[in-house]
Design a protein around this ligand. Structure first.
Ligand code: FE2
Ligand code: FE2
Length: 333
């Protein structure tokens, strides 16, 4: 990653509220002759931003060179009203997000969430190595961003979704699990963070092997149908093993998120300390995220109510549930 170029002229502060100063890395990832956004340059003489070209317009060779020069000087800008085009572009190439010092935290977090949901959806539809590689790539961008400043996980906590689709649930569960884990483990290793993020995100990947009509069915399931659902933790671990993702922090959330401290969970009916910390963590984060989503059979619960209910349920790790209560009571992450 190259250092961000500083503007060669001093750009008034208020301009940054409405415009991004576009970095050379992002600019070079756009089609050179047809940038998909309106471009502006800083006109020193009148100290205002002046339109350079309209989105989609064909640039001449001279203009392409001029764009590169303006960009290098830090004098090329994109309107924040084009944020949707800009972010759609970065979502497809998430590593660009870390190279752009001009995006605000909220913008980076929203882009990360969208990218992870897209990559997870692809992997869920087809759990094969190529989609796993794309997912891993974006998970590593996300963990790099978190590792630089672990308090950033709070910004993801403030953006939990109430949607009930598999990708929203996966990203929510990863966020809640990592937030709790980072509260407990200040000196977490980067590799552990990477693996745990992947394990929590993919805890339900085994559900991709359950026919969708069984998942959406409201009525009771027949014994063989129920069996298919009960197998999803094992199926998930098998899928991850096929991807060569065999670290404990990846496999345990998949295998143990449905286990309960009283032994009433599945598939192994583990009890108490037989369940690993990553399993207890995934169980709590998973159930919490299910409760705060709009489900076909139940409305979304308020997060504080959900955490309180889990704290009174002896099947879940009480310390973890109480940490969520503390954060939601104080409204602080
Ligand atoms: Fe599950
Ligand atoms: Fe789940």
């Amino acid at each position: 990653m190259s250092a961000q170029k500083r503007p060669s002229v001093s750009v008034p502060e208020n301009i940054n509220e409405e415009y991004y100063q576009i970095s050379a890395e992002i600019m070079s990832s756009f089609p050179r002759y047809r940038p998909p956004v309106d471009l502006f340059f800083f006109n020193e003489e009148i100290a205002v931003l002046t339109p350079f070209s309209r989105k989609g317009a064909r640039l001449s060779n001279e203009q392409v060179e001029e764009v590169a020069k303006l960009c290098e000087e830090g004098n090329l800008f994109v309107s924040r009203s084009d944020h949707h085009i800009y972010s759609e572009h970065i979502v497809k190439q998430l590593d660009l997000v870390l190279q752009d010092n001009n995006l605000k935290e909220a913008e980076i977090v929203n882009i990360c969430i969208q990218a992870l949901k897209n990559r997870y959806n692809d992997f869920y539809q087809q759990p094969v190595k190529s989609f796993y590689a794309s997912l891993l790539n974006d998970v590593l961008v996300f963990t790099e961003y978190l590792f630089q400043d672990k308090t950033r996980v709070g910004a993801f906590m403030r953006r939990l979704s109430t949607d009930n689709d598999p990708a929203s649930h996966a990203v929510n569960t990863m966020t809640v699990g990592l937030w709790l884990w980072l509260k407990y483990n200040q000196n977490v290793q980067r590799k552990t963070l990477d693996n745990l993020a992947m394990g929590l995100l993919c805890h339900d990947i085994g559900m991709s092997k359950v026919p969708p009509f069984l998942i959406s069915r409201n009525g009771p399931l027949k014994p063989d149908e129920k069996d298919k659902v009960l197998q999803h933790p094992l199926q998930g671990a098998k899928i991850m093993q096929k991807m060569d993702a065999v670290a404990n922090e990846i496999l345990r959330p998949c295998l143990e998120h449905q286990e309960r401290l009283d032994g009433g969970g599945y598939p192994q009916k583990l009890k108490g300390e037989q369940i690993h910390p990553e399993g207890k963590l995934a169980a709590l984060a998973d159930s919490f995220c299910a409760m705060i989503a709009e489900r076909p059979y139940a409305p979304a619960k308020n997060p504080l109510d959900a955490a309180t209910e889990l704290s009174m349920d002896p099947r879940y790790d009480n310390n973890l549930a109480r940490m969520l209560i503390g954060a939601y009571t104080m409204g602080k992450f």
